[in-house]
Structure formats: C-alpha cells, structure tokens
Design a protein around this ligand. Structure first.
Ligand code: TPP
Length: 278
C-alpha cells in the first residue's frame, strides 16, 4: 500500500534526525564513513520502520526478517536506526569505533540486532543468500533484505550470488543496490565501469525495480513490489547521492572515509537543520 502523506513525513523526519546524529557520532569518533552512511539513510529507514518484521525485545526471534548491510562501512547509520528501534540505548552512539565498544567500525554479530558481521565487500551478500535458502528450507515466510554498494558490486563474489539466487528461486530475497556512482577513491565509472546496471541484473534473471533511493514513498512501493514477485529474487536499484544532505559531501569521494573536523561539522549540522556546539 502506498505510504500516506503523514507516514511519509514521519519517515522523512526520522531521516533528518538520523543524519544529524550519525554525523555527530562520526565527529565524536574522528574516523569512519560519512558518505556511504548518508547515502543509505532512506533505504535502511524504510526497511526497518516500514517493512521488516522484527522484535527488538527478542533479537534472536527465529522467524524474524533478516537484514544484511553488505556495505558494512555504512554501519553508523545502521547503529542509529537500531538504537531508535530499541536494540540498545542511544547513548551507545557516543562510543562508536572506540575499543571494546558495542559499536565497532563495521557491523559485528556481537551487536544486538546485527544478523551478520560485514565489512569485506561482497561477502555478506552470500550470507544473505544462505539465510534466504535456510528460510525456504524451514518453510518460513520471513524475508531477507541485503543492501549493497555499487562499488561493492566490483567484487566477483557478488556475481556468484547473482547467478545462484536465481537458480534457487529466492523470491524471499530483496536486495537493494545503493547506486551513488562513487566508491572509495573515485567514481565507479572511472575505477570499474558498471555499464548498464539494470540490464546486467535482468540478464542474470533478477526481477529489477528502479527507484529514487532518497524517496521514502518510492522505496516503500519498490519493497512491496519485490515482496509480491514470485519465483525470482528482486534487485531494487536505488539511485542515491553519496553524502546526501550535506552539500560539500555530496558526490565527493573525499568524504567516503574521513574524520569530520569541528568546522565541517558545524557547517554540516547547520545544513541539516540541527544544532551543535562544536
Ligand atoms: C573486499 C574489500 N575490498 C576493499 C574494501 C575497502 N573498501 C571499503 S568501502 C569501499 C568502497 C565501497 O564503495 P560502495 O560499495 O559504492 O559504497 P558507498 O559508495 O555506498 O559507500 C572499499 C573499496 C573492503 N571493505 N572490502
């Protein structure tokens, strides 16, 4: 069902808050990945607050949906969302990337709400496929969501899943490609051109849906279409902007992984409409 205007506004307000809080945590940590975290904000927000069947009071509930952040470096956005869902106190965000923190630089299964550790690109997508196969074998109707970066799809392991998820008819697997055109130190087009991305996934046999990855309504519709599609896995190709929401970070690979200075933090928070005392 399409999102109501009220619900859309609620999700957009959450995203504004999450962007501010993630940059605050990254500023505090003085390391981490702003660009990819801001890029994936709406995608994760719609999955966690609109689609996924979860119970934060019982993170190990066997029949829960599984969410795999395969582009693990965007962990700060995942953590902020998990805190909002109640998996751990928001205060934990202050410990991001510190030794012995619950919130390491990349997702770890030690963190409540994290279904699989990730960080080495391409690997967790295979784990998501395994989860989807297991759910089928169990006769469960739980779904598996996997979120990949476009740079990540330069990894060969991604294309093994592209082939085998079709063979296993994994219609319980919804993957999302956070297509922002930028990776670690340049544009994907310059480093390893991806060509016609939708055509590639279609050629492998996937149900492909294209949408604006910052439009919560379009994302919500795309997830519904994916869930309704039978016999094939779905790849939602979500067009995004790396660093979305902060003008000097948008589309700029320099902000892939970089400490946020006091000055940049003040500017960024100002643009996002928040307050800071840096
Ligand atoms: C196997 C592997 N190789 C290299 C890296 C280093 N690395 C971390 S993020 C990144 C770029 C990722 O780009 P993309 O998937 O497009 O993510 P986004 O732009 O959404 O942040 C690279 C090369 C890694 N984490 N894993």
């Amino acid at each position: 069902m399409p999102l109501s205007d009220t619900r859309r506004a609620e999700l957009e307000a959450l995203c504004r808050k999450f962007r501010i809080d993630v940059l605050t945590a990254l500023h505090e940590a003085q390391s981490g990945h702003p660009g990819g975290s801001l890029s994936v904000c709406e995608i994760l927000t719609v999955i966690y607050f609109e689609k996924a069947r979860l119970d934060s009071s019982d993170p190990g509930w066997a029949d829960r949906d599984r969410i795999v952040l395969s582009k693990g470096h965007a962990a700060p956005m995942l953590y902020r969302i998990l805190a909002e869902k109640g998996y751990f106190p928001l205060e934990e965000m202050k410990t991001l990337r510190k030794i012995d923190s619950l919130l390491q630089g990349h997702p770890s299964m030690h963190t409540p709400g994290v279904d699989i550790s990730s960080g080495p690109l391409g690997v967790a997508f295979g784990a998501a496929q395994g989860m989807a196969i297991a759910k089928k074998l169990d006769g469960s109707n739980a779904r598996v969501y996997a979120i990949l970066g476009d740079g990540e799809t330069e990894e060969g392991a991604v294309w093994e899943v592209a082939m085998s998820a079709v063979k296993f008819k994994l219609d319980n697997l919804t993957a999302v490609l956070d297509l922002n055109g930028v990776q670690l130190d340049g544009k994907t087009e310059d480093i390893m051109p991806l060509g016609d991305v939708p055509a590639k996934w279609r050629a492998f046999g996937w149900n492909v849906i294209e949408c604006d990855g910052h439009d919560v309504g379009a994302l919500s519709d795309a997830f519904d279409m994916a869930a309704a599609h039978k016999n094939r896995p779905t790849m939602i190709i979500a067009k995004t902007v790396k660093g979305k929401g902060v003008s000097f970070m948008e589309g700029n690979y320099a902000w892939h992984g970089k400490a946020v200075s006091d000055e940049d933090f003040t500017c960024a928070i100002g643009e996002l409409g928040g307050e800071c005392d840096a």
